[in-house]
Write a protein that binds this ligand. Structure first.
Ligand SMILES: [Zn+2]
Length: 67
């Protein structure tokens, strides 16, 4: 069983690279049981989604300001 530090590390790795199936299993089975890591994972997941949204929105903003 991985500890919380390893899990949060995995969670942030998941934002940068594709996790192996084994790593995903470890991550998900841990965050199902551990509220702290679940909150952490949700946080960085939201954060990375916000970054993606900001990236795609900045395209739209540029388009809009040109027209
Ligand atoms: Zn944990």
């Amino acid at each position: 069983m991985k500890n919380c530090q390893q899990i949060t590390q995995l969670a942030s790795d998941a934002q940068d690279r594709q996790l192996r199936t084994r790593e995903k299993l470890q991550l998900y089975s841990h965050i199902m049981m551990c509220q702290g890591c679940r909150a952490f994972y949700k946080n960085i997941d939201t954060l990375s989604q916000m970054m993606q949204t900001m990236k795609s929105q900045s395209h739209d903003i540029n388009k809009d300001s040109n027209s």
